[in-house]
Ligand binder design. Sequence first.
Ligand code: ADP
Ligand code: TRP
Length: 329
Amino acid sequence: METVLSGIRSTGHLHLGNYFGALRNYIKMQDEYNCYFFIADLHSLTTHPHPADFHAGVRTILAEYLAAGLDPDKSALFVQSDIPEVSELYVLLNMIAYKGELERTASFKDKVRKQEDNVNAGLLTYPVLMASDILIHRANKVPVGKDQEQHLEIARVLARRFNKLYGADVFPEPQAFNFGSDLIKVPGLDGSGKMGKSEGNGIFLYDDEKSIHKKVMKAVTDSGPTEPNSKMPESIENIFTLLKIVSTPDTVAHFTEVYNNCSIRYGDLKKQLATDICKHTLPIRERIEEIYNDSDYLRKVAKAGCEKARESAQATLKEVRAAVGIKSF
Ligand code: ADP
Ligand code: TRP
């Protein structure tokens, strides 16, 4: 059976980008694959969260994973920092990752622009840690959103390079995965490219009905089309992209038609979009609080996930150490 692995950084609540770009695929994959899903808490250190908030961030994502439908009886759910083998593999992979190729990563260049006073080495080697997460379980498929494609390419390059350099066949090459279609990018409704935590434009699974309506009603629009069948500006296209993700084909067809014949009322479009977002998120929201407060349950889940993940990680690391030539006396 093929192995699946993916993770989300613990830097806030899960938003629609995380859910539709990644998590929804995790949930669907649980029955067919050997699944590992984790919380990338070490990755979140690249932006220096306060120690007092660190654990709560991990707990939030674990509770939201479970509320959204990840099943600890089917998948290993664990915390990245509970698996020390990942950090050891990270050290070893750093020795075969080159500065130039890491500097060329779009996400690194983006961070350099956004946090120029904190360009730490962890940011530069972010994709190496991500490759370690993936390769330590020899994952074949990695469900992620479109923004992670380049990181997956680096994981493949490192897998190939390691196997070649050490003349060993330790790592398979992991592929990004989305059920039956291309990887997706969930847009923000503020006229910017993607929805993201650091973009400050998130609509969260944790948001209540009122805040979802409020956020959607604030979406950037224009004065409306004046010519039939005119090309949509980006901000309107973003609303339609989200509508296609959350609404029925009939609803999408209706609003496309009224856009094309210039009778669209953006207020109606937004109201429908907010209602349809709520249909997906409110049932999840209902479960989050209860799970978040159930410390015994969370401990049990994280412990079982850690045991399963460490067993797999230790088996890989043993082969890795042997390939590199590391031996104990
Ligand atoms: P964020 O981008 O909000 O900081 P992460 O970087 O931790 O969240 O992303 C976790 C997962 O969610 C990744 O698989 C990523 O591809 C996916 N993801 C995040 N934002 C989006 C988006 N706007 N559209 C599609 N997928 C997304
Ligand atoms: N880099 C991913 C993101 O920001 C999170 C992540 C860390 C990840 N390690 C991973 C995703 C391993 C998939 C597999 O979205």
